[in-house]
Design a protein around this ligand. Structure first.
Ligand SMILES: [Zn+2]
Length: 206
C-alpha cells in the first residue's frame, strides 16, 4: 500500500483492483462507496506487480511470472492442506512452506531499496493490523475478518480522533471510516470496508 502511494497510484487504478472482488457495475457506478476501499495483493501478485523476478525475454518458455514460479516450485499446486500434520514433512511440503519466506525476503529487499518501507511506521502499522485478529485466526464464517481488503485506518490512524464501533467488524474507527448517516446512527454504523464485504456476500448468497 505504501508503494502504491509513493508510485502515485490514482483512484482509477485503485477502483479497478476491486474488480477481482466485486463486479464492475458495482464499483464503477458507485465509486463514492469505494474510495477508501483497497484490495490487497497476494505475495505472487506483489512480486509480479513489482517485476522482481527478471524474465528472460529471449526465452519463449518463460511467458511470465507464473511460469517462473512453476519452474521454481513445479509441484506447488498438488499440496493438500489437510496433510500438514504428517511427519516428517515431505520434500514437496518443505518446498511449499519455504515459498512464502522466499517471496517475502525478495519483496522486503526490493521495498527497502525503493524506500517503500519505513521501519518505525511499519511496526506500528503491523501491530495495528495484527490486533484486529486478537491472537486467533478468524473463523471461516467470519466474513468481516476474512477478506482481501485492507481494513480501514491500519496505515494512518493517529489515535487522537473520536472513534465509534462498526457493527460488523467491531473495530472502533474514526468518522472518515463511515458514510455520514452511519456515523450518526449506531444501528447503521458499518464501515466502508464491511459495507463492501456485505455487498459481495449478498451477491454470492443470492
Ligand atoms: Zn467494519
Amino acid at each position: 500500500m505504501n508503494s502504491r502511494r509513493q508510485r502515485g497510484e490514482n483512484q482509477w487504478k485503485q477502483i479497478s483492483r476491486l474488480l477481482a472482488f466485486l463486479p464492475g457495475r458495482e464499483v464503477y457506478r458507485k465509486q463514492y462507496f469505494y474510495s477508501a476501499v483497497h484490495k490487497l495483493s497476494g505475495l505472487e501478485g506483489c512480486v509480479g506487480e513489482h517485476k522482481i523476478i527478471k524474465i528472460q525475454k529471449n526465452d519463449p518458455s518463460k511467458d511470465g511470472f507464473d511460469s517462473v514460479m512453476r519452474e521454481v516450485y513445479p509441484d506447488i499446486l498438488s499440496v493438500t492442506h489437510s496433510d500438514w500434520l504428517i511427519r516428517p514433512l515431505s520434500e514437496q511440503y518443505l518446498r511449499y512452506s519455504s515459498r512464502d519466506a522466499y517471496l517475502i525476503s525478495m519483496l522486503y529487499a526490493h521495498f527497502k531499496e525503493r524506500g517503500y518501507i519505513n521501519n518505525h511506521r511499519l511496526s506500528t502499522q503491523s501491530a495495528r493490523y495484527v490486533s484486529i485478529f486478537q491472537g486467533a485466526r478468524p473463523l471461516v464464517t467470519d466474513i468481516f475478518h476474512r477478506h482481501c481488503l485492507l481494513p480501514l485506518h491500519i496505515l494512518d490512524y493517529n489515535g487522537s480522533a473520536e472513534t465509534r464501533p462498526c457493527i460488523s467488524c467491531r473495530r472502533s474507527l474514526p468518522q472518515t471510516a463511515y458514510p455520514p448517516q452511519g456515523w450518526k446512527t449506531p444501528s447503521k454504523r458499518q464501515c466502508w470496508v464491511c459495507r463492501a464485504v456485505s455487498v459481495k456476500s449478498n451477491m454470492t448468497t443470492r
